[in-house]
Design a protein around this ligand. Sequence first.
Ligand SMILES: C[S@@+](CC[C@H](N)C(=O)[O-])C[C@H]1O[C@@H](n2cnc3c(N)ncnc32)[C@H](O)[C@@H]1O
Length: 260
Amino acid sequence: MGIDLDRPAAARVYDFYLGGFHNFAVDREMGRQAITMWPELPEIMKANRGFLRRAVRFLAGAGVRQFLDLGSGIPTVGNVHEIAQRAAPDSRVVYVDNDPVAVEHSRAILAGDERTAVAHADLRDPEAVLADPAVTGLLDLAEPVAVLMIAVLHFVPDEAAPAELVARFRDGTAAGSYLAVSHASAGDQPDRAAEHRGLYQRTATPMTMRTRAQVSALFDGYELVPPGLVYLPEWRPETDGPAVEQPERLPGLAGVGRKL
Ligand SMILES: C[S@@+](CC[C@H](N)C(=O)[O-])C[C@H]1O[C@@H](n2cnc3c(N)ncnc32)[C@H](O)[C@@H]1O
């Protein structure tokens, strides 16, 4: 898997939305076009990172010490190991991505950190991921693990049967494990979502937005923790202030479930 400079890549476009520097002209051009269509996109991506942060803190608080971050992306501010280890220093984190740029940068920033590892692997092959030496070398799969699939399953088309893939990770992890998911949804803006999907057709990872019912189905065999499956800003917001206004403006769906 080499680096394709002629085509935008989801990992690098996402880095651009978040204000990072690990992206190329072709990614920035696509990102700018997408933002013209959908000005809230950078805010949606930040809301997604906010959910990631709160979910990892929640999981560390629930006693989880092992994290398998599938589709982990290019490292940016507030990476999973930083959040988890701040909450519980003995937390171990394996990052998994199929994008070479994401893997290379993850390896560079994690060199020398014995409680983290990186696997260059594809989540569409769960057994290979779970048997990867980076995973088996750091995580004990007989103990609970938090499987994170944050903003990645919308890059898995229906033909690849995402619910089945999630179930194979569920079956490969111990009772008491958790699943955290965020997923693009069209919310009440189907036209904008269709245009947005059109842009991602140019990448190696076209996008499939899913409905609330479809995202709920990914949690089969898990019990959703409160508040259930909600829009990104609504998942356990940290401020005690007024309720989040118009959360449907940032229409990604987010939830965390505990394996039954
Ligand atoms: C939008 S980024 C999300 C990064 C991070 N999880 C977050 O939420 O901030 C999606 C990442 O998923 C990766 N990805 C897409 N399809 C994948 C697959 N089949 N296997 C592994 N990684 C994948 C992309 O390369 C990209 O880095």
